[in-house]
Design a protein around this ligand. Structure first.
Ligand code: TXA
Ligand code: MG
Length: 491
């Protein structure tokens, strides 16, 4: 580095591409290696607080308190620069961004290199910032002199940038140190309004924030709404993509993972600990670059604490493409279909399995339940034998008692006979959509009860069910057609 070389090194936020900050020529090499526009200033990293006075002037008095609380750590502060710092490092600005990282490897490197190390994130411009040495190698191998590998970083998102040249100071980039944390130390600070709002006519104040960096190869879209709606909308999007044979990715969380069936699903972390989400975000985006997916749908996250930084980076990666979850969620009347029979051992489970095997335009959770289920049992063996002959199976079926208390308005209840319907209507006033299967598909072919009969009786029953389920499919698809979202907008 003393000879003008470039060394990538770990910090607690992301890996940086280090160079001697006082060497204008090294700065030019940094921009070239990253393929980054040279009007985008670099952060100068220091290891000792006294060194700040050598590169910054007119340092405001609150700086001491901020440094005492947050340095070394994920905070960058902007000051008027001294003559020691070349304009090549600051992108021609007369201010300088300064940070003191807490990673001990970083501190040692900075001291060994002379005390002032300029370091942008060590990624190719336009790619997610690197959180491991492998990420750096993938982007910059052959273009830089050395990579110091000390494993995955801790935080995973770049430092908070605080402009100290204005009063009160202003956050130009959100990070692990939040506005609330500043407020506790020096009182309220301002926040650059362009951080989360794309449509503002104003330019962001940190030059780097105007570029669409952190961009994955596939189009990323953020699905926004309350979590229940988000999950539902993403399921529908994934289902539609599956029908169209489009390869898509989903960004999900530990808590929501089980809800997704289609697409390449990646767990970004736990909603209970948003730090894990920050730590994994760039890795997950990079992993999607390796997958052959056209679109990535992501859940959104609360904009509190580090959540603000997570959403800021996610929004940038998405180029601010958002999908209102409610727009998709509101389009579908029925989300769940339950077939209700007597013991939930033959006709109900057969109907459910037949419907699951239909080409449905919308995704439904399809179940069966019984009015008289005393204990959970597998499906009737003759029913199973018949289904097998049609390449279907009731293998996973376990009979379940009808649970009228937990039926919501989005659930369609289809009974096998009139008695079951009547009983539900009398016992559960809140169940809105209950019909006999015959009634719902407007076909009165009687569904025979094969119980106790020979295999052939189950076969005949299945034939009738097949016909009714085909009619049901047509009806559901017709209903769906009138309600279909404009998929093209989202795909
Ligand atoms: O966590 C981090 O800050 C990482 C690690 C390596 O320290 N570094 C990093 O650097 O994120 P970089 O170059 O990828 O982002 C620096 C951001 C850019 O958006 C740049 O425009 C802004 O800081 N910046 C630098 N100097 C500035 C200045 N004088 N005025 C306003 N913005 C500045
Ligand atoms: Mg960067």
């Amino acid at each position: 580095m003393k000879q003008g070389g470039l060394v990538a090194f770990p910090t607690e936020t992301v890996y940086g591409l280090g160079a001697n900050a006082l060497d204008e020529y090294a700065a030019r090499k940094t921009y070239a290696a990253k393929g980054r526009p040279s009007d985008n200033p670099l952060i100068v990293h220091i290891a000792d607080y006294e060194d700040l006075k050598k590169i910054a002037v007119n340092i405001p008095p609150e700086t001491d308190a901020l440094a005492a609380h947050f340095w070394p750590g994920p905070l960058t502060m902007i000051f008027e620069k001294s003559d020691l710092v070349p304009l090549g490092t600051t992108g021609g600005l007369d201010t300088v961004a300064v940070r003191m990282p807490s990673d001990p490897v970083a501190a040692e490197l900075i001291r060994a290199a002379g005390g002032f190390v300029s370091a942008p994130s060590a990624n190719t411009s336009g790619r997610p910032s690197p959180t491991t040495a492998e990420h750096v190698e993938n982007d910059l191998d052959g273009k830089i002199d050395m990579i110091l590998d000390s494993g995955a970083v801790d935080i995973g998102l770049e430092s908070t940038i605080l402009d100290m040249t204005v009063t009160p100071p202003m956050i130009l980039r959100p990070g692990a140190v939040t506005a609330d944390m500043f407020a506790e130390v020096i009182g309220p600070v301002d926040v650059d309004e362009t951080i989360l709002k794309p449509d503002s006519s104003q330019h962001p104040k940190a030059p780097g924030m105007k570029y669409r960096h952190y961009a994955p190869k596939a189009q990323l879209m953020i699905v926004e709404g309350d979590l229940r709606e988000e999950i539902f909308a993403i399921r529908q999007l994934a289902y539609e993509a599956h029908r169209r044979e489009k390869r898509i990715g989903l960004i999900a969380t530990t808590e929501t993972l089980p809800f997704y069936k289609y697409g390449i699903v990646k767990n970004i972390g736990s909603r209970e600990n948003e730090k894990t989400i920050a730590r994994n975000l760039y890795r997950v985006l990079r992993e999607f670059d390796e997958e052959d997916v056209e679109v990535i749908y992501s859940e959104s996250f609360a904009v509190q604490g580090i959540g603000k930084a997570i959403m800021n980076r996610l929004e940038k990666a998405a180029g601010h493409m958002r999908i209102p979850a409610s727009e998709i969620a509101a389009k579908q009347k029925y989300r769940r279909i339950i077939f209700v029979s007597g013991t939930d051992s033959a006709r109900g489970p057969m109907a459910a399995e037949l419907l699951r095997n239909q080409d449905l335009k919308q995704e439904y959770v399809i179940d069966s339940q019984g009015m008289v289920v005393l204990f959970p049992e597998p499906a009737n063996q003759k029913a199973e034998a018949i289904m097998k002959s049609f390449q279907m199976t009731l293998e996973k079926h376990i009979s379940q008692m009808f649970d009228g208390e937990n039926i919501m308005d989005d659930t369609l209840v289809l009974t096998i006979d009139e008695n079951q319907k009547r009983k539900i209507l009398t016992d559960y006033a809140q169940v809105k959509n209950v019909f006999t299967l015959n009634e719902f598909v407007q076909d009165d072919t009687e569904i025979p009860d094969p119980y106790g009969g020979p295999l052939a009786a189950y076969g005949e029953c299945c034939e009738v069910l097949k016909k009714l389920i085909e009619r049901l499919t047509d009806k559901l698809n017709l209903l769906a057609k009138g309600e279909e979202p404009q998929w093209e907008k989202y795909m």
